[in-house]
Write a protein that binds this ligand. Structure first.
Ligand code: ADP
Ligand code: MG
Length: 261
């Protein structure tokens, strides 16, 4: 697999061994509604510093909405969200998004900019870095995700897996305390999924705090410190991968696992 090979090259560089200083998250009694439609109901979640939380559950159960609440792409209705002990609800969304990064299913790269520019632009715009410094950081981050040789390519000349790794490099460049991933491998051809999951597992091993919405149950079992099962806007069960996958308690989780495994 070419794309996994690119990552092995990256792992040899110094950057790829640096440890992250991941932050903690605490969600307390969170509720959220789109108009009259209640989408999150009394959600509690504790994410330890440097841990990997995988969120699983059927379509429409509120997984994406939960992630959007965590970096305030949508406003919550009730409850609280603490980042390293401080409520994020009073923080300016622009400031918060430096501290909590997000990677989306559809990459959300700028199509008319190269990989390097895609990473550097958020540094000059959001972190107010000068261009030379931004380019230096962007190059290092692209090397870290195995794309040193692709920095001058536009997204259309990259595979989906490479585009997603540019999006991850862009998130890393902000030096966030937490990164949220929303089904980031769901739009990829099957042979490209592994490279992205390998990269995410590596970030987790290095201490990045991550909340990952995923349908990749094998990944969740291998990499997660905690698995959270959501249904109809609630956390139905949360626990270790072994507890969730081998000893599910609720009928809803048993039914879900029977369908996806
Ligand atoms: P999941 O990611 O688990 O599939 P979502 O968080 O996307 O679930 O959606 C949860 C519920 O909120 C669904 O019923 C969905 O139809 C609804 N929903 C999601 N986004 C919007 C929106 N922008 N406006 C109105 N309803 C929405
Ligand atoms: Mg979703």
């Amino acid at each position: 697999l070419v794309e996994v090979g690119e990552l092995k090259g990256a792992a040899a560089s110094v950057d790829a061994d640096t440890r992250f200083n991941g932050g903690s998250l605490a969600v307390r009694g969170l509720s959220m509604a789109y108009g009259e439609h209640e989408v999150l109901k009394d959600v509690d979640l504790t994410v330890r510093p440097g841990s990997v939380t995988c969120v699983i559950g059927p379509s429409g159960s509120g997984k994406s909405t939960l992630l959007r609440c965590l970096n305030r792409l949508v406003e919550v209705k009730g409850g609280d969200i603490l980042l390293d002990g401080d409520s994020i609800l009073g923080m300016k969304p622009e400031k918060l998004r430096r501290r909590i990064g997000m990677v989306f299913q559809q990459f959300n790269l700028f199509p008319d900019h190269t990989a390097l520019e895609n990473v550097a632009l958020s540094l000059t715009r959001i972190k107010r870095m000068n261009k030379d410094a931004a380019d230096r950081v962007a190059k290092a981050r692209l090397a870290e995700v195995g794309l040193a040789g692709r920095q001058h390519h536009r997204p259309s000349r990259l595979s989906g897996g490479q585009q997603q790794r540019v999006a991850i490099a862009r998130a890393l460049a902000m030096e966030p305390e937490v990164i949220l991933f929303d089904e980031v491998t769901s739009a990829l051809d099957p042979e490209l999924v592994k490279g992205v999951l390998t990269l995410m597992a590596d970030l987790g091993r290095r201490g990045m705090t991550m909340v990952i919405v995923t349908h990749e149950m094998g990944f969740a079992r291998r990499v997660a410190d905690q698995v959270v099962f959501m249904d109809e806007g609630r956390v139905v069960e949360a626990g270790s991968p072994e507890a969730i996958f081998d000893r599910p308690q609720s009928e809803r989780l048993k039914r879900f696992l029977a369908e996806v495994l």
